[in-house]
Design a protein around this ligand. Sequence first.
Ligand code: MG
Length: 301
Amino acid sequence: MRFYTALINEKEEVLVAFREGGRAYRLKKLAALAPALAVKDMEEIIRRWSVLRGPLEAMSRSEDVLTAAAGELNELALSAPLPRPRQDVICLGINYEEHAEEADKFSSADFGGQRPATIYFSKRVNEAVAPGAFIASHAPLVDSLDYECELAVILGRDCYGVSEAEALDYVFGYTILNDVSARNLQTRHKQWYLGKSLDGFTPMGPCIVTADEIGDPQALTIESYVNGEVRQHSNTKFMLQTVAGAIAELSAGLTLQAGTVIATGTPAGVGMGFDPPRFLRAGDVVDCYVEKIGHLINRVS
Ligand code: MG
């Protein structure tokens, strides 16, 4: 299943589609057929997934009766699927080998050296940027605006001390996140939080695809394009730390709450990886793609 958040009559609503490219149905309307589906937002879907999954799967097998509840996706004003994550997004840094090499070349002092263990940092997201909405350029504060296409994991249940073998059972679904970064702030402050957390720096979407539909998260093509030109082209099998490994490692001493978003790092091909660097400019269109999820497209303001 694929869950969307959209603005309908100026209010956020959750919609579900049962297949890629299929019709999206308003949960609010489906609740007339199954009252359990009267949820207020995506967070509630995630937390109550064990109860909601059954009725939704039953509906997916009789889609013909649902037409009245459909919204056509291209007519909807999509929001980010989780417009305001309850906690900071947890990010993995330098999690693809070739990206490690390009970052080292850009600034060895900031990105070089040995990394025997996974780098974790966080990113404040007051409001995630909707598909089609603007990435804020923040000139002149930011002079080196960069994109990072990433697979993002949404946890479905609280977890503490889970093993790598059981970690994926805690995943609700996956989405695409563009970890927009101000390289000048990221390097100036020696800690990445500020340079990653500016308003308008976290495009997310277009939807959350449930874990069952994704299957193996380490076998997905991941790409980005700027103004139609391919910049990143890789596969999640090249992650240094896997999704399951990260959940196990993080949860070993930290309770990860349902609804937690984990951004799993970006492959090579970001703007700072070019010589000279190719940072984003006003008007540029950034298209982030992950197989089985779709495209997340935003323009720089
Ligand atoms: Mg990143």
